[in-house]
Design a protein around this ligand. Sequence first.
Ligand SMILES: [Zn+2]
Length: 99
Amino acid sequence: MIETLTPVTVRLGGQVRPLKAGAVLTLSQSQGWKLRAKAGEKVRLVPDGPCFACQSTRRWVSIHGAVVCPTCHPPTSPGLVKQWIGGRSEIAGVSPART
Ligand SMILES: [Zn+2]
C-alpha cells in the first residue's frame, strides 16, 4: 500500500485521481513502485499494509533489518528471522521463533 504525504494527482489505469494527503492506495506491485518512483517524497510505502503482490499482511523482520512478506519471500532459515509482524501465526510450516 501507498500513503500520500501531500496532495498528489496520480494516473492509474488511464484514470486521473487527485488525492488528498493521507490517502491510502492499494496497488499492484508494479503500480506501487511506479508511483513511488514518480511521486518520490510525496508518497510512502505503508510497511504494515497488505503485500503488493499477494495481499498478505504478515511480515518477518530479518536480522539485517529488512521487512519481508513470508508468502512471497519465505525465510530460508529460521535463524534469519528476528521478529514476526501481523497476520495469523498458523501458516503451515512457518511458526514464530521462540524468544
Ligand atoms: Zn507477498
